[in-house]
Design a protein around this ligand. Structure first.
Ligand code: ATP
Length: 289
């Protein structure tokens, strides 16, 4: 378990992380979401001892990060994928890391396989794409098989297939009882990966809860074979109907089940029915305005 309590960072007179507290439980993937400059990286760096906190503390299984005997065996971090020697091969880089974190050199090839870099293992990192460097960084985080993963913007440079791969990796880790915290400034990247969202704006936690709660339904969008007839039926039932883009009827404040019931009662043929969710931009704006 990770307990972050009152974490604060000041640069000069500027407070960039302001009294941030949260608890991460095993078996969960938490998304740390916030716009550029909100304080995500600084929080993750304080948690892992890379930046000293002005105030507050982080306890990992009851201890501060720098009091862990072998931190890499407890917390796998991906904090700056570019901080690698470009002249080394991926395999050499990981073998050197393996020695530092006390695992056999053979583990390098295992994690290269895990992240799909086996074919590139003998190539110099300088020639890797951004996505390959991200995978290499993830391989490094996994070397000592730590129960906790803390990843800063892991989707950077990954293509859609890479993002899906990462989602499976992180969900699998949590399913085996691991704890995952990943930051992103794009909800779409992490929406289907995370159980819970921590939203940070201007250094403060502005929301904390399950994705579905935070991005609660704002209404329902429906496509019907005869939109005019369904509009009349919905208005007769007391709903307000707006005309959305691409021919959808948008019913603010209605659940899909309510719209479906009206449609069923009048034998209206529906071709699509879905909740309209508040976007993360709206959420940020609302929470940080
Ligand atoms: N070493 C530093 N000295 C002064 N200010 C800093 C330093 N590091 C970060 N900051 C400031 O702290 C604020 C938070 O930065 P941080 O990198 O934590 O944000 P972030 O949420 O990770 O943003 P992004 O999504 O752009 O990576 C920013 O305004 C940044 O300019």
């Amino acid at each position: 378990m990770i307990e972050v309590s009152g974490l604060t960072k000041q640069y000069g007179s500027r407070t960039v992380v302001d009294d941030v507290s949260f608890v991460l439980e095993p078996g969960t993937v938490t998304g740390f979401l916030g716009p550029n400059g909100a304080g995500k990286s600084t929080t993750l760096r304080m948690m892992t001892g890379l930046v000293p906190a002005t105030a507050g503390s982080t306890r990992i299984d009851g201890r501060p990060y720098d009091a862990l005997a072998n931190p890499a065996a407890v917390v796998g971090t991906l904090l700056d994928a570019s901080a690698v020697h470009p002249g080394r091969t991926g395999r050499t880089h990981l073998r050197l890391m393996a020695a530092t974190v006390g695992v056999p050199a053979t583990r390098a090839d295992e994690v290269l396989e895990l992240v799909g870099l086996t074919d590139a293992a003998g190539r110099r990192i300088g020639g890797y794409s951004l996505g390959m460097r991200q995978r290499l960084g993830i391989a490094g985080a996994l070397l000592a098989d730590p129960p906790v993963l803390v990843f800063d913007e892991p989707a950077n440079g990954l293509d859609p297939e890479g993002i899906r791969w990462m989602r499976d990796l992180l969900r699998g880790h949590a399913a085996r009882g691991g704890t995952v915290l990943l930051s992103s400034h794009l909800l779409g990247e992490v929406e289907s990966t995370v159980d819970r969202l921590l939203v940070i704006g201007a250094g403060r936690i502005v929301a904390d809860g399950p994705v579905s709660d935070l991005l609660g339904s704002e209404g329902t969008a429906v496509h019907a074979a005869d939109p005019a007839a369904l509009t009349r039926a919905l208005e007769t039932a007391g709903f307000h109907v707006q005309h959305g883009a691409d021919g959808a009827l948008v019913v603010p404040g209605a659940e899909p089940g309510e719209v479906g019931a009206v449609a069923a009662a009048g034998a209206h043929v529906l071709t699509d029915l879905r909740p309209v969710r508040r976007g993360i931009e709206d959420l940020f704006f609302q929470l940080t305005a």
